[in-house]
Ligand binder design. Structure first.
Ligand code: ATP
Ligand code: MG
Length: 571
């Protein structure tokens, strides 16, 4: 039988007002519901309600890890600097690595992740290919001195992570372990009540992915995504697709047109009565090495900053002075008749287009009908655009949808990066020493909790899915200490507990309004409301937090009525 908890003694200090520092729903509501408290910037305490949910998330993870044969263990949070020197990350990690020294001045880091520790751990003891593959994991606090810790549990400086490391003898084996972890991660998200998309973070040379991030869909997410019902999902920064382009106006011959004061794509498109997509957007920039570049994309798309950085290094858009020095005119830049020494880089999607509407490199003039090869020479065709909503899916061609996402977990094929650097080898079938093929797999446990709240809340508070709710049922007697409702509430709580349900009893002497508000704020999935009249008639009112539906349930059926709904919804 599960023990129930009484609200009168529960450490869950709820707040009436929204905390000013909280911008995100999850941050605000976890604070208000008395579930977390800030200890210092990026450091949060989990109060009893939040901790119960955290433990449920961990239980789901443990269950899924056990199902694929990963073994739980624990290594120290403190990691000696020597290991980080071996991998080369002591210097590479930068200021995010929290470094401390002991009384003998020996340096350590508080682990932000544990590739080094695990690689070092197995390196002299996993000796033979016969012992492989082997996957080890732990659930532990991690430390990262984030530049901008914020949004409560979302980006902390200390946070809970499940981190797994796999050691394989062959690429095929690594691939299998990786696919198992990836599938388990999808199930973890689903069982925690999170709608998440697997986003390819890295593709291998032979197709297939070597790293995937699971993104919980939420408006508050930091990542901008495009996705499709066919299963495709990508970060807009990384997505590539062929953007459809329309040809500009005119008969295909080069025409210079007077466009006084029309320096924006919007104005030019309106002037010609053409969609923005039929125009060409020219951006003048200076590459890291000082080269002047004009980059051209379809008029209705943006130059993608990440893609541009790959091509041009730490580039910047030209200032007014730099434009003048280069002989370019803001709003009227184009590919035809560019001044000497400017490199022309155009987006791949424009390669087949033969009639461009673009700036004429002369104030107040545009060209129509500009044709690459005939009227100007392109130095390089490259993938430059940010893919956006409505562009065709690169897999199936259907219009892409856009969304924002929170990265809750990531799976990664590391290959031999750490095993080679740290000399971690095993003997293969022929007795030849080879470096392990490794994978690493991380789930942000505390961030997952925040992501659940981002996806499950309304104007009244949190609305926990049963699978990770701190309690499953809250019993709300509207009169406390009287001889009608109180004994009934006690009996109902006993029956619910006997039915193995997790129960919170609001036994406080508070007004009904206060109790209802707190119940909705804390967001236990089912509320059993016991009023004088109902009890006199032998019924309880059961409110479903998520939908607001209310049911009248005979008192002696409350336990079975709830069991039927709660038990199947458990993770
Ligand atoms: P981000 O890009 O958000 O900084 P990351 O890619 O650096 O995250 P990983 O190294 O992949 O993070 O760590 C595994 C998981 O740990 C992440 O998917 C995320 O859920 C969680 N995580 C990472 N940093 C934080 C943080 N500062 N606070 C809370 N959770 C975090
Ligand atoms: Mg990551």
């Amino acid at each position: 039988m599960k023990r129930y908890e009484k609200m009168s003694r529960l450490y869950a200090p709820t707040l009436k007002e929204d905390p000013v520092e909280a911008e995100l729903a999850s941050h605000r509501l976890l604070l208000r519901a008395g579930m977390i408290r800030k200890t210092a910037a990026g450091l949060y305490s989990y109060l009893p309600l939040a901790w119960r949910s955290i433990r449920k998330i961990e239980a789901v993870i443990r269950d899924e890890m056990e199902a694929i044969g990963a073994q739980e263990m624990m290594v120290p949070i403190l990691t000696p600097a020597e290991l980080w020197h071996e991998s080369g990350r002591w210097d590479a990690y930068g200021p995010e690595l929290m470094r401390i020294s002991d009384r003998h001045d020996r340096a350590f880091a508080l682990g932000p992740t544990h590739e080094e520790t695990f690689t070092d751990l197995v390196k002299n003891e996993l000796r033979s290919y016969k012992q492989l593959p082997c996957t080890l994991y732990q659930i532990q606090d991690k430390f990262r001195d984030e530049m901008r810790p914020r949004f409560g549990l979302m980006r902390g400086r200390e946070f809970i992570m499940k981190d797994a490391y796999s050691f394989s003898a062959t690429q095929e084996s690594l691939q299998e372990v990786y696919e198992d972890q990836k599938a388990a991660y999808a199930r973890v998200a689903e069982r925690c009540g999170i709608r998440a998309l697997p986003v390819v973070a890295d593709s291998g040379q032979i197709g297939g992915d070597t790293s995937v991030e699971f993104m919980a869909l939420a408006d508050a997410g930091e990542a901008e995504l495009v996705w499709c019902d066919c299963g495709f999902a990508a970060d807009v920064e990384a997505a590539s697709t062929s953007v459809p382009v329309t040809e500009g106006p005119g008969d295909g011959t080069l025409q210079k047109v007077h466009t006084p004061g029309l320096g924006s794509i919007e104005d030019v498109a309106a002037f010609f009565g053409f969609p923005e997509n039929g125009t060409r957007k020219s951006l003048a920039l200076v590459a890291e090495d000082g080269t002047r570049v004009v980059a051209i994309v379809p008029g209705d798309h943006e130059l993608n900053d990440i893609k541009a950085s790959h091509l041009f290094g730490a580039y910047h858009l030209m200032s007014d002075e730099e434009l003048e020095e280069a002989g370019l005119f803001k709003g009227f830049i184009g590919p035809v008749g560019l001044p000497e020494g400017i490199r022309l880089v155009c987006d791949e999607s424009l390669r087949q287009s033969t009639s461009w509407t673009c700036g004429a490199n002369e104030v107040d003039y545009h060209f129509t009908g500009a044709c690459p090869g005939r009227d100007f020479t392109v130095d390089e065709w490259a993938d430059l655009v940010s893919v956006r909503e409505g562009d065709p899916c690169p897999h199936c061609g259907a219009p892409l949808k856009s969304a924002r996402g929170i990265e809750i977990s990531q799976v990664f094929q590391l290959g031999t990066k750490y095993s080679e650097a740290m000399g971690a080898t095993f003997a293969d079938e022929n007795g030849v020493e080879r470096p392990f093929l490794m994978g690493c797999y991380g789930i942000g446990v505390s961030r997952t909790l925040a992501a659940v709240v981002e996806q499950h809340n309304d104007e009244h508070g949190i609305s926990w899915p049963v699978c990770v709710a701190p309690y499953e049922v809250e019993v709300v007697p509207l009169a406390v200490g009287d001889d009608v409702v109180t004994p009934v509430a006690e009996r109902v709580v006993e029956e619910l507990s006997a039915a193995d349900l997790e129960v919170l009893l609001d036994d406080r002497k508070e007004r009904p309004g206060v109790k209802f508000a707190d119940a909705d704020l804390i967001g236990i999935p089912y509320q059993v409301i016991l009023g004088k009249r109902g009890v006199a008639n032998g019924v309880a009112e059961v409110k479903v937090r998520e939908t607001g539906e209310r049911f009248e349930v005979p008192l002696d059926e409350v336990a079975s009525w709830l069991s039927e709904r709660v038990v199947p919804a458990r993770a």
